[in-house]
Design a protein around this ligand. Structure first.
Ligand code: CDP
Length: 256
């Protein structure tokens, strides 16, 4: 049994528990021609809220048999802890403590996907000490991914800060209106009443905060592949990413 340990977060997690939470390990699948991954590969996916990062990251992880880490869930978990304690998300001391003592069991809670938690997550995510407390966990995951074949991480700063040496980086975007439509549909699917105009305003406010913060702001890495998914189906987005990854793998095998 593989155990992942993170002293900074003060917990150790059984690697198989990742599967049931917001992280997952996809066991090796039949490897298609051109998609062989011989050594540990790191794929970084960044982008604004509701751009489709998670959906793409999961499909890539499944296709290539890689582990998956939704890094947004870590910030959401810190925010949710504060809200549950009745605290203001701007309470920096409490946010730092929540990040350092984060219980991975809460990463699986569906409440983490609530809009108010996303909003509070972007407030705590602007605090350098919160980011510092969470980065070690993310890097450890990338360095020792469950399954050992590599990992896909999605977030805001994976290609720029967490894994600047990732083998391939994507920056996924979509128009504001399309992102609001997708997020509203996701909320409705969960039985939450969603007003698209309000969702749009929330997404814009959150993106502005994520882009404007001093520490690890949301921005594409200089070597990221830009994927504008406006008007594209989930399958088309995956196909376009798959081609880019396979091309990178082919380059790698030629280069030895
Ligand atoms: O799912 P959605 O795109 O709405 O958001 P998320 O990925 O769950 O992230 C929630 C919030 O966490 C973001 O608005 C960011 O403020 C923060 N975050 C971050 O700062 N860095 C990351 N690597 C991931 C998330």
């Amino acid at each position: 049994m593989t155990f992942l340990q993170d002293r900074r977060l003060n917990f150790s997690v059984r690697s198989d528990s990742y599967r049931s939470v917001s992280t997952s390990f996809c066991p090796a699948l039949p490897v298609e021609a051109g998609s062989a991954i011989s050594s540990s590969m790191i794929i970084a996916i960044d982008g604004p809220a509701a751009a489709g990062k998670g959906t793409l990251a999961r499909s890539i992880a499944e296709h290539y048999g890689l582990a998956y880490l939704d890094t947004g869930a870590l910030y959401r978990a810190v925010a949710w802890t504060l809200l549950r304690e009745g605290r203001d998300p701007h309470d920096e001391a409490a946010a730092i403590r929540a990040a350092r003592e984060l219980d991975p069991a809460i990463l699986s809670r569906s409440e983490l996907r609530d809009e108010r938690v996303g909003e509070a997550a972007s407030i705590v995510a602007a605090m350098p000490a919160v980011r510092k407390a969470l980065i070690e966990f993310q890097r450890r995951f990338a360095a020792h991914p469950p399954g050992g074949r590599g990992a896909v991480l999605d977030g805001r700063d994976i290609g720029t800060v967490v894994c600047p040496d990732a083998d391939i980086k994507f920056f996924v975007t979509a128009s504001d209106e399309e992102r609001a439509r997708r997020r509203a549909a996701e909320l409705r699917e969960r039985g939450v009443t969603a007003n698209e105009a309000a969702v749009l305003a929330d997404l814009k406010r959150r993106d502005a905060r994520d882009r404007g913060r001093a520490t690890a702001p949301l921005r594409p890495a200089s070597d990221a592949i830009l994927l504008d998914t406006t008007g594209m189906t989930i399958d088309a987005v995956f196909e376009s990413a798959r081609k880019a990854i396979d091309a990178r793998l082919a380059e790698g095998s030629k280069g030895g």
